[in-house]
Design a protein around this ligand. Structure first.
Ligand code: 7RM
Length: 651
């Protein structure tokens, strides 16, 4: 059993590591006994204009949930990301960028990055953007996305990065929700040899909402002709060339917002989680260095797209705060062939490589040959994030990619937590394939069982965290009540993660996955309600229910039960049409894997769909439905099971 495999920390690794086993025990204990003292010390990793004297101020009383860290400190985030590295690193690379096309690459030094950020910051100011304004960033993985984020925070504007794979409808909702003043996009994105019409999608999004942005800044990426609205639209190149290269940083309060990031929840409306400046930077800067055991001069590559929190904290802010060289890759791992990632690791001599289990599973299918073509000996530490990693994929990643010598840091956290919660520190914690291992400093995991009791010792339950940590999200934009209800109402006094977990005899944590109405597809969170409303808006659909099901590559796939309106026939053509409809309304990541027609959906007498049963059927488990006495029409289930049996029989 993989559960029993324990891979010890190599003595040579521990000897050189920032944190070894003894240091982990000592620091973890300190962080619990004296959180204020511990985090006051950690806060020294950041350059403050006025260092904080107030460290932690939190309340989790139901009528007054508030979270404040370092509240009287002031600072500027972009100074911490840029200016302070110039004295020692000006001509060293900050960004090593690889284009989708293997012939295309760029190096951006710290000096160049500083110059670009200052110019864009001034250009944004000239467009009327100031402290507290929202800027939506809808860009592919190109250096300008980092420039845009840092330019915003230099002038105190709040960035909202939207994944460029999201559709115009998804973008529209996110621009309207934060009432963005400016949208920054590109003419087109390049991905897997194809072009993404970003500017067209952005225009469509802006046309569909009542809120009006003042300006759209357009980066010329492909050079393709795109529609351009004079006055509103501005070419990035033109406004930054014309701008002054020196932009004084704005002094911000530690609790001023740094960015927002939308994530799917269990209702249809994405939540704009608000992260603030001081606590986020302290926690992200220090934890990134510790979890990857970063040494000055190393090259870090996180493969996540900039639209996800993984990229915010540990592709961008963590490394950039530490002055590390980061890799940005615009394309996909399978184009032009499945050795693309490995060729980049060899070419750029990547030391720290951080990706998601779904990618490992997909690349594993191709066998070892594409990996063996390349020299991966520069690798020192590997990371995994986004979903539980199955021991098979873990062992392959460790042996084939890491050559058996690189620890895998499987780090568990969320958009809401801002930074890591559970992780084996590479110089401190023996590894168990598939376990997110131990709590990070200052983190107090608690498992609650079905009776609502905290589990002591080994056991399973709903994963919560007591107290607070500096990178914790402060609220949901313009909906504090929803923030309180979602995260703090289920287990008063605790933050509820939405995940189930197990704690083993050694105190290691194993994440079981979501226990709410969220599916984790290839490490991306999708709310079932959001999917259902997309499907339900198709004219032929009467009703639908979406559940996750085990998927070999994606971890979980999207399974939709669909009931059609009486006048529509259940055809394959209509199936394809609904799939295309969902892709258009949310984006390709939301593509349903299976659509099964249903005459009716199983409901209780109050009309609530019984997803528990539908989840079992989607996993081809046709028994153990539990209590079915609440079903309004029990025969509906037999019919759905019969259709499922036929469908698998046919394949
Ligand atoms: C960082 C990130 C969060 C959800 C979370 C879990 C799942 C993330 C792991 C994991 C098992 C991990 N943020 N998750 N990391 N499950 N092991 N190491 O992914 O907000 O996009 O997603 O992802 O279900 O709740 S996220």
């Amino acid at each position: 059993m993989a559960d029993n495999t324990l891979i010890p920390v190599a003595a040579e690794f521990a000897a050189e590591a920032h944190i070894d086993a003894a240091a982990y025990e000592r620091l973890y204990q300190w962080s619990l006994d004296d959180p204020e003292g511990f985090w006051r010390e950690q806060a020294k990793a950041i350059d403050w204009i006025r260092p904080p004297t107030r460290i932690k101020e939190t309340s989790f009383a139901p009528d007054d949930v508030h979270i404040r860290w370092f509240a009287d400190g002031t600072l500027n985030a972009s100074v911490n990301c840029l200016d302070r590295h110039l004295a020692t690193k000006a001509d060293k690379p900050a960004i090593l960028w690889e284009g989708d096309d293997p012939g295309e690459s760029r190096t951006v030094t710290w000096r160049e990055l500083h110059d670009k950020v200052n110019r864009l910051a001034n250009a944004l100011k000239a467009l009327g953007v100031g402290k507290g304004d929202f800027v939506t960033v809808y860009l592919p993985v190109i250096p300008e996305v980092l420039v845009a984020m840092l330019a915003c925070i230099r002038i105190g504007a709040v960035h909202s990065v939207v994944f460029s794979g999201f559709s115009s409808e998804a973008l529209a909702g996110r621009v309207a929700d934060c009432r963005a003043k400016v949208l920054i996009t590109a003419d087109e994105g390049h991905r897997g040899g194809r072009r993404l019409p970003l500017k067209r999608q952005a225009d469509a999004a802006l046309e569909s909402i009542a809120h009006k942005v003042d300006h759209v800044v357009v980066v010329r990426r492909s050079g393709a002709p795109v529609p351009f609205t004079p006055g509103r639209d501005q070419w990035y190149e033109e406004i930054t060339e014309a701008a002054d290269p020196v932009c004084p940083p704005v002094e911000m309060s530690a609790e001023d917002p740094l960015f927002i990031l939308y994530t799917s929840g269990s209702t249809g409306k994405p939540k704009g989680l608000v992260h603030t400046t001081g606590g986020y930077l302290v926690h992200v800067a220090t934890s990134w260095k510790n979890i990857f055991d970063y040494k000055d001069g190393e090259v870090h590559w996180c493969t996540a797209d900039v639209g996800w929190v993984t990229a915010h904290s540990y592709k961008i802010y963590g490394p950039v705060l530490n002055g590390a060289t980061i890799v940005m890759f615009e394309g996909v791992p399978t184009w032009p062939d499945t050795s693309r990632w490995w060729s980049i690791i060899e070419k750029l001599k990547v030391n720290i490589f951080y990706t998601a289990p779904t990618a490992i599973r997909a690349l594993m299918r191709d066998g070892e040959a594409p990996v063996r073509k390349h020299d991966l000996s520069s690798l020192r530490v590997l990371g995994s994030v986004g979903e539980p990693i199955n021991p098979d994929a873990w062992l392959w990643y460790h042996r084939v990619i890491g050559g058996g010598r690189c620890p895998i840091v499987d780090n568990y956290w969320q958009t809401e937590t801002g930074a890591v919660m559970l992780v084996p520190l590479p110089g401190a914690t023996p590894l168990k394939p598939g376990a997110a291992a131990k709590p990070y400093f200052g983190i107090r995991p608690v498992l609650f069982d079905a009776a609502g009791q905290a589990v002591t010792g080994a056991g399973t339950g709903n994963l919560c965290f007591a107290d607070s940590w500096p990178a914790q999200a402060r609220t949901i934009l313009r909906d504090h009540q929803r923030f309180v209800q979602t995260y703090f109402a289920p287990y008063p006094g605790h933050f509820f993660s939405g995940d189930g977990a197990k704690r083993d005899e050694d105190g290691y944590y194993w994440i079981a996955g979501r226990v709410d109405d969220v599916i984790n597809v290839s490490g991306h969170r999708l709310g079932t309600v959001e999917l259902e409303s997309a499907i339900g808006s198709h004219p032929a659909v009467a009703e639908s229910a979406v559940v996750g099901f085990p998927h070999e590559i994606k971890g979980q796939g999207v399974f939709a039960y669909v009931t059609l309106k009486a006048e529509f026939a259940e055809t394959d053509l209509l199936r394809q049409e609904i799939v295309a409809w969902v892709r258009k309304s949310i984006g390709p990541i939301a593509t349903p894997d299976v659509i099964q027609w249903a005459h009716a959906l199983p409901k209780n007498r109050a009309g609530k769909i019984l997803r528990r049963i539908l989840t079992k059927i989607a996993a081809n488990d046709f028994e153990n439905f539990g209590d079915v006495t609440t079903l309004a029409e029990p025969e509906v289930v037999g019919d759905i099971v019969e259709r499922r049996r036929q469908a698998i029989g046919r394949r």
